[in-house]
Design a protein around this ligand. Structure first.
Ligand code: F6R
Length: 249
């Protein structure tokens, strides 16, 4: 794992966008694994700006999103489908046929999960996977559990995740209790992984990810085994790390 610590959220967002820029410059038909949540929003803003200024071209890029709420229509403003179009896809020159987001409304969820895994495989696999991390060290919606689930699957959300995500809903009871998420198996197949974390509330999850035992109770700890993972943090999220273990941007 390479760890880079930036001054603040703005710098993390810039650095992350530059990583995507170099990926897409080197391989214009890159397959990007994308995340929702607050953390990548700044990176998306930078990418939109770069696309406006024609530094980056998304016309051949393919994307796969990590997850989607179960049983929440795409038209719902809190769906991840809506989030991705609002925060990125509506503002860049991506071909919507190249955008993949799990369908949380599918009648046969198992078939949908299998279809999603197959589509990733058919695309040649993910070149760079962007990840955020939950306060409980979940990546995607792989909640702390007793085993590492490999493929895309339906998951019951942790109480702490429901609590954290309630900030986007009028009422905590409106937060979906289940989601479809890519499994940790797809992480390992991603050629590169870029984990972003900002804020003091992520410091402990980052500490456990970097120094902890690799156990499913700390889903992100599995990244210790991946051979091309970069973690980009702000100072607050890096607060518990030893200085010799990271570089400053
Ligand atoms: C998002 C996702 C989640 C978030 C995590 C952190 O697609 O799968 O794992 O990355 O919950 O969310 P934020 O960035 O809002 O703190």
């Amino acid at each position: 794992m390479r760890i880079i610590v930036c001054e603040n959220y703005e710098e993390v967002s810039k650095k992350a966008a530059q990583m995507i820029l170099s990926q897409v410059t080197l391989k214009p038909n890159s397959v990007l694994g994308l995340a929702t949540g607050s953390t990548p929003v700044g990176m998306y803003k930078n990418l939109i700006q770069m696309n406006k200024e024609r530094y980056i071209d998304f016309s051949e890029v393919k994307t796969f999103n990590l997850d989607e709420y179960y049983n929440l229509p795409r038209t719902n403003e809190e769906s991840y489908y809506h989030f991705m179009y609002e925060n990125l896809f509506n503002h860049i020159n991506i071909n919507s046929e190249n955008v993949n987001i799990p369908n949380g409304m599918a009648e046969d969820i198992e078939a949908e999960c299998a279809r999603y895994d197959e589509a990733i495989k058919e695309s040649g696999g993910i070149d760079i996977q962007v990840l955020g991390i939950g306060n409980n060290a979940h990546i995607r919606f792989n909640e702390p559990t007793v085993n590492f689930e490999k493929g895309t699957h339906l998951v019951e959300l942790d109480e702490s995740t429901i609590q954290a995500n309630s900030r986007f809903f009028d009422d905590i009871d409106d937060v979906p209790k289940k989601a479809i998420t890519m499994g940790v198996g797809a992480i390992f197949k991603s050629k590169k992984i870029m984990l972003l974390a900002c804020g003091e509330n992520k410091a402990e999850a980052i500490y456990n990810t970097v120094y902890g035992k690799v156990i499913p109770e700390v889903p992100a700890s599995i990244l210790q085994f991946h051979n091309d993972t970069i973690i980009i943090l702000d100072k607050a999220a890096a607060k518990l790390l030893k200085k010799e273990d990271y570089k400053t941007a």
